[in-house]
Design a protein around this ligand. Structure first.
Ligand code: FAD
Length: 298
């Protein structure tokens, strides 16, 4: 572990909360709903709302998590600008594939009644096969279900080729997990080149790419490709994380009449959020300086 990660891991939870607060909507479903509403009404930005509850193990905790997602569906059902994201490790994959798939199905079917979209997040490489299997099985029955693919993995081109005969919404990103050289690209420029290629392949295969990156040159390159090809503005969207400072670019996308959607996480309990927040801080330690600057009002 490098020095930066060691320092961040030693930080007490309240300090992590303070420095990483721009990344999180707040505590409770109400905070997630309020942030989604504010983003849309003030800025024309859509949201995908998620509960921070990684590492859920007991059946009791998994069921409590399912219930929260079902309440989120109810709370967001009249807001077409909001979708929901969820993770297999929060919904029972540690117990069994069948159990997790059943839990996912309960949430996706509840959302389908309201035409609400659900995205299945992608975790590290150990979960790729099982996540794709569960996605394909449920996508067979529900149109409102999409998935995430990580361009850094060598397998992703083939995964796109074999995704599904039905059109799918696919969030394409470099992938947040460090993966070994046997299975994944190691250099960011190579990963971003792959994102560009995967966007094209997804469109060729009839899917809807959700281009999830904060890299402005990559976004502009994708925009040019989409414009040159005359791809309809409702055939793709851009996505970013709440808290990453890209306000101008986001407004430019809104003005172009394209969808820009932010990932809006909230926590039921701060202890669940700290792990996520530490990861975000490790990705961008400059956030510490930004928060201090905001606090000092300069
Ligand atoms: C909506 C959304 C959903 C995602 N879902 C998943 C998922 O399911 N599975 C998965 O593995 N990964 C997921 N990711 C993470 C993604 O894979 C990347 O790790 C992340 O987006 C950073 O990659 P980048 O393309 O922005 O490039 P980078 O090179 O990492 O970032 C480009 C620039 O953006 C800024 N930036 C990037 N990240 C941050 C940050 N955290 N704080 C402040 N500034 C930052 C920096 O200025 C940086 O130089 C998701 C990302 C988004 C936007």
């Amino acid at each position: 572990m490098d020095l930066k990660n060691t320092v961040i891991n030693l930080m007490p939870a309240p300090l992590v909360r303070l420095f990483a607060s721009p990344y999180i909507a707040g505590k409770g479903i109400g905070a997630g709903v309020a942030k989604a509403e504010e983003l849309y009404t003030k800025l024309g930005i859509s949201s995908t709302v998620d509960l921070l509850a990684e590492e859920v193990f007991s059946r009791e905790d998994v069921e409590a998590t399912v219930q929260i997602y079902l309440r989120m569906v109810e709370a967001l059902k009249d807001r077409p600008y909001a979708s929901i994201s969820l993770k297999p490790t929060s919904l029972g994959i540690n117990e069994s594939e069948a159990y997790c798939q059943e839990n996912l199905r309960r949430i996706v079917s509840a959302a389908a009644l309201h035409g609400m979209h659900i995205t299945l997040d992608m975790e590290d490489r150990h979960f790729t096969d099982v996540t794709l299997r569960m996605f394909k099985a449920i996508r067979e029955d529900f149109d409102n279900f999409g998935i995430v693919l990580q361009s850094r993995l060598f397998r992703t081109t083939e995964d796109i080729q074999n995704l599904h005969a039905k059109p799918c919404k696919v969030r394409i990103c470099i992938g947040i997990y460090r993966e070994p050289a046997e299975v994944a690209l190691q250099e960011k420029p190579d990963m971003k080149e792959k994102v560009y290629q995967h966007v094209q392949l997804l469109l060729e295969k009839g899917h809807y790419p959700e281009i999830a990156t904060h890299d402005e040159p990559l976004i502009r390159r994708c925009m040019k490709y989409l414009d040159d090809k005359g791809v309809s503005k409702d055939a793709y969207e851009f996505q970013m994380l709440l808290g990453v400072p890209r306000a101008e670019l986001q407004q430019e996308i809104v003005k172009r009449g394209q969808v820009i959607r932010l990932y809006v996480p909230f926590a039921e309990d701060w202890k669940y959020a700290v792990h996520y927040l530490k990861r975000r801080l490790a990705a961008n330690p400059a956030m510490v300086g930004m928060v201090l600057k905001n606090m000092l009002g300069s």
